[in-house]
Design a protein around this ligand. Structure first.
Ligand code: HEM
Length: 427
């Protein structure tokens, strides 16, 4: 954020930057300018093939930018009628899932993951929980068997990270999706794969699996990051504890605050100028690339003079972008991320597009053997465990809930935890 503010002071709302390989581009950091670029496809196209540096052969085949910006036959990289035909198939498919149906899967997999570590008394919630939940839920929405989840989690994160095995990971994902499309053509079900196949937009098999791939990647990376940040904020930010306990803030409010403060995609590449134009006082030439700095835009002093002030009740953040490309999976992402557990030490990893926790370790009192997942709270925490957690056995719970029961437990904090559990049980 410090760098964004420096760029803002030096260049205003649109800053010149160099991408990997010293390729010049523009970073849009002004809130209004992001809305302008995202909302004007006639000047700012999604078609990466018009990028000057592609045309001039300046982007080497091994460039780490390629997995995210090399053109593909999907709505993400198209404009106009062709884009509309594909986008409507995706949005219609995603809208057919009810929040209730999604939460059923979220609850089942949450319990399954927690059962995997509840007996140990400690866990890394980033690695053992948040990294897995979104993909497990997505396998159900796509109509895949449960056992595909773990390998897809690995493969999709590996692909986005741009490692030396990214290409193999991508091939694994593509092959899995191609087989899935073949199976669903023969035997359709109540899932997005079947709905894309039967949509009036008449997608070819290649278009179907390409869009399934976009959905998987768009959903997983973002929702994992949102889940981690929400867990951390819920359990460490004193504003959250006080507001939740006092009934001023609901968990969905906390989620929106995270979407303001730490959008899962801090920067999105991109848009490409289709004409010579001007934005934010900068002259942009046809063929220039623009990256949307969603994180920077959310902190633009023009719309948010004091970042410490809560954005309670205000959903006009840029986390899901804006305009015709606005994220069509936001309700599903919110539904998956509305889940939580405590934290202690935090380690972050920053890339050019995202910033996320690599670790979210917690300690808690191990669950009694025989306690059912259903009777337990979100962290497998039942009433007895909750009482135990206020004792000396659990450092992070101590921090969360206050001192041991021998001293009066601050009512506000305990009721915050109870309200969190009650809220999760209703789902
Ligand atoms: C909750 C976390 C999520 C965040 C923060 C998020 C954010 C975004 C952003 C910023 C874009 C780019 C829009 C642009 O280029 O202007 C996008 C696109 C997209 N997202 Fe999400 N997303 C999330 C979850 C999901 C989920 C769960 C799904 C699917 C179930 C999904 C499906 C998509 C698709 C298909 C696109 C491409 C849309 C298009 O090109 O028309 N997203 N998302």
């Amino acid at each position: 954020m410090g760098l964004y503010e420096k760029l803002r002071a030096e260049h205003g709302p649109v800053a010149p930057i160099l991408l990997d390989g010293d390729l010049p581009a523009w970073l849009v950091i002004g809130y209004r300018e992001i809305l302008e670029v995202a909302g004007t496809p006639s000047r700012f196209s999604r078609d990466s093939r018009i990028w000057r540096w592609f045309k001039e052969g300046k982007v080497p085949p091994e460039s780490p930018l390629l997995p995210m910006i090399a053109w593909q036959p999907v709505c993400l990289f198209l404009d106009g009628d062709e884009r509309q035909r594909l986008r409507v198939a995706v949005t219609d498919g995603l809208e057919r899932f009810s929040r209730r149906g999604i939460r059923r899967h979220v609850t089942r997999f949450t319990h399954q993951l927690i059962d995997g570590f509840a007996y140990r008394g400690e866990a890394d919630l980033a690695d053992e929980f948040a990294e897995h939940l979104p993909m497990l839920v997505m396998t159900q929405l796509l109509g895949m068997p449960d056992e595909y989840g773990p390998r897809l989690v690995q493969a999709s994160r590996d692909m986005v990270a741009g490692t030396e095995t990214s290409v193999d990971s991508n091939e694994f994902i593509v092959k899995t999706l191609q087989q899935l499309v073949g199976r669903k053509r023969a035997s359709p079900g109540e899932d997005i794969t079947s709905w894309l196949i039967e949509h009036p937009s008449q997608l070819t098999d290649e278009e179907v699996w390409n869009h399934l791939r976009v959905i998987l990647i768009a959903a997983n990376e973002t929702t994992v990051n949102l889940l981690k940040s929400t867990l951390r904020m819920l359990l460490t930010d004193p504003r959250c504890h006080a507001s939740l306990a006092g009934g001023q803030m609901t968990l969905p409010d906390v989620l929106e605050q995270v979407l303001w403060d730490e959008p899962p995609l801090m920067t999105i590449p991109g848009r490409w100028a289709s004409v010579d134009t001007e934005v934010g006082g900068q002259k942009v030439e046809a063929g220039d690339m623009l990256l949307l700095g969603l994180g920077a835009g959310n902190h633009d002093p023009a719309v948010r003079p004091d970042p410490a002030v809560s954005m309670h009740g205000n959903r006009s953040h840029l986390a899901f972008s804006s305009g015709p490309q606005e994220c069509p999976g936001q309700d599903i992402g919110r539904a998956i991320a509305d889940t939580s557990i405590p934290e202690e030490e935090l380690r972050w990893k920053s890339g050019w597009m995202t910033r996320h926790l690599t670790s979210l370790p917690v300690q808690f009192s191990a669950r009694r053997s025989g306690a059912s997942a259903e009777s337990a709270g979100p962290g497998g925490v039942d009433a007895e465990t909750e009482r135990a957690a206020t004792g000396s056995g659990s450092r992070s719970m101590d921090k969360l809930l206050g001192p041991s029961p021998s001293t009066p437990v601050p009512g506000a904090r305990l009721s915050w935890w109870r309200s969190l559990k009650a809220w999760l049980r209703r789902r």
